[in-house]
Every structure is written in C-alpha cells, then in structure tokens.
Design a protein around this ligand. Structure first.
Ligand code: SF4
Length: 351
C-alpha cells in the first residue's frame, strides 16, 4: 500500500520551490496587511473575468458581461481572439477542464482547472499582474501530457490586462524534474525553512526560525512567544526592524536615483494619483445635481478648522472648539481602534 502525501495547489508551487516549509496563511489579508475586502474583491474579479472568458469562447451569452469595465472587456475579447487564432481543429477544444497530476505511485500531487486545452496546446488566462508562474503552469502541462500521452506541450499564458501572451514550450523531462524536486523537498523530514520574498504569505512567518534569524541574527530552533516577556521583547525588536527596513528602503531608493545599479532591482516610475484642481468646475462638468455631487466630496475636519482659524483670525484651538459646538449635529466619531503603546519613554540622547 502506498503512503499518501498532502495535495499541493498548483499556485503554491512557486512558493514551495523557494521554501519547502511554506504554508499558505489561511487569512492572507492579515499577512499582507491589506483589507480582506480588497483581497476578496480581487479574487471575485478574477473569477468573474474567467467566467466571461469561458462564456465568450463558447459563444454563450453571459449576464455578467455588463459588470466588466471597457478595459477588462477589451482584454477578454483579445484573449478570446488569441485562442481562436491559435487553436487547431485536429484536437478537441476543452474549456475549464479539470486536470489531475499523479505521482509514480498514483497519489494525487496536485489538481486544478485548465482554462483552455486543445490537445498539446494549453491556454491560461491571467487577469492580474505579471508574476512568476512557470512552476504553476508546468503542473497543468505535465498533467495534460499524461492525459493525452505526449512528451511536450505548447503553453500560452494570456495576460488580458496587458493584452500580451507569453508563449512557451514545456517538455516532460523539464517539468517532471522541477515539479518532483519541489515535492521531494517538501516531503523531506529534514527540510529546513529558507527565508524568501514569499514569507509574507506564509502562516509561519511570526515564529519561523529562518525569518527570525535573518531579522535578529539569533539561532533558535523554535519560537513560541508563549511568555508575555518573550512576546513583549519580540514586539520591541519588530518595531526596531520596521524602522530599519523603512530606512533601508529610503537609502536604496536614494542610491538608485543617483545612478547606482542594485542587482535584482530596477527603478520604475508610477503615475501620480489624479486630483481635482477645481471642485466648483468639476461640479459644473459632472452633470450631477448639488445633492448628488456633495455626497462624493469629503471635508477633512482639520482643514475646516484651519480655514476658520485663518478667516476669523483666531487660534486653531478656538476654531476646533467652534467646529465641535457649531457642527455637533453632523460630526460623529468613527469606531475606536486599538494599538499597543509602548510604556517605555525613549528620549533622544544629547549629541
Ligand atoms: S516564513 Fe519560514 S517557513 Fe514560511 S516561507 Fe518563510 S522561511 Fe519558509
């Protein structure tokens, strides 16, 4: 009888290749420090776009089409056109087909859904940013090779947001070697964690010996933080490291801006956020009624207090009291938040 091992999701292969001890955090939002609604919205968006992609390929009407932005809709149309232009009538076209990869003992290694399979041609829709996907798609490629009995497939990864296709050829030897190397490392009872950029998605990050060693230089096999003192000391260290990390980011950016080349990094510019320069004119141009428009505007209380202080020539503290009393009926406090304040006073030392 063969021993069954855990089933790995195709998307976890890139992480497991970096660290065989990686375990995806159940609540990724908390680890990414992103609001969970943002992550859910992002996932729901991806699912919706995949559904529309499948419907358009099948020539079926999809009531969700109308929920797409024009840019998303164009991206999906581009992906559909790409698939239609590259499929072969020699093979069946299978949309959203389940693929299962087995090991030599017929244990399931991983399974997932192939977006479009056309014999030895596979197409995978990606609706987000470019990222490292080779190992993930290699699992689909190898499963399809086993399924149809070939040793090589062509894969097109379709980035609908950018209307760009990454085309690659994957052969059995290459895919098998890399995938089962990862599986072997994960199943190795002597495996050790290796700190890497995916740690932020790993549920072990707070107690992982590799990460703590990297951060503090301490060689401790296991961190539990079971005692209040241990947790408190770790928090002091964590805040110090946060400051250190922010400074390193700042220094590295400064160095790169002055022309230093940092291996593994490149300077990229991002468009600045848009802002309305003339609110009054924006109202006229928007076509909204005053009631509709004002709902979209926000008034920072601090800015109102500053304006009153300047206009009336009174101190800011008095303007604040005035705002609190005169506008009491329209001011409310948001729900309180909790933070851990340090009870140790740190004074800057004299130079
Ligand atoms: S936190 Fe530790 S176990 Fe998790 S991926 Fe990083 S090094 Fe590996």
């Amino acid at each position: 009888m063969t021993e069954h091992h855990p089933v790995f999701s195709p998307s976890s292969f890139p992480m497991l290749a970096e660290c065989p001890c990686f375990e995806r955090a159940a609540d990724e939002a908390a680890f990414l420090m992103e609001p969970s609604e943002k992550i859910t919205a992002y996932r729901d968006r991806g699912t919706l776009l995949h559904e529309v992609f499948a419907s358009r390929l099948e020539g079926l009407p999809n009531s969700d089409d109308t929920h797409l932005t024009p840019h998303e809709s164009e991206g999906i149309d581009w992906a559909v056109d790409y698939v239609r232009a590259h499929i072969s009538t020699d093979y069946p076209i299978e949309i959203e087909q389940r693929l299962v990869l087995l090991d030599d003992s017929f244990n399931i290694v991983t399974f997932g859904t192939g977006d479009v399979l056309n014999g030895p041609r596979l197409f995978d829709l990606k609706t987000g940013d470019y990222h490292n996907y080779w190992l993930q798609i290699a699992t689909y490629a190898l499963a399809q090779m086993d399924r149809i009995g070939v040793d090589e497939v062509e894969f097109a990864v379709l980035f609908s947001r950018f209307k760009k296709a990454h085309e690659l050829r994957i052969d059995r030897g290459q895919a098998h070697w890399r995938i089962f190397n990862v599986v072997g490392a994960v199943l190795d009872p002597k495996k050790k964690p290796r700190a890497n950029p995916y740690c932020r998605w790993c549920r072990k990050i707070a107690t992982c010996s590799a990460v703590v060693h990297l951060a503090t230089g301490e060689e401790i096999e296991r961190y539990e933080y079971a005692e209040p003192n241990e947790l408190s000391e770790a928090l002091v260290r964590a805040r110090l490291l946060k400051d250190w990390a922010a400074k390193i980011e700042q220094e590295a950016k400064k160095a790169a801006l002055s022309g230093m080349e940092l291996p593994g990094f490149e300077l990229k510019s991002r468009q600045g956020a848009r802002e309305i320069m003339d609110l009054h004119r924006a109202y006229e141009l928007s076509g909204f009624s005053a009631e509709e428009f004002i709902i979209l505007c926000s008034l920072p209380i601090g800015a109102l207090e500053d304006a009153i202080a300047i206009k009336s020539g009174i101190p800011k503290s008095r303007a604040k009291r005035l705002v609190n009393s005169e506008l009491a009926e329209v001011i409310r406090r948001k729900a309180p938040t909790v933070h851990l304040a340090s009870t140790q006073k740190i004074e800057p030392t004299e130079a």
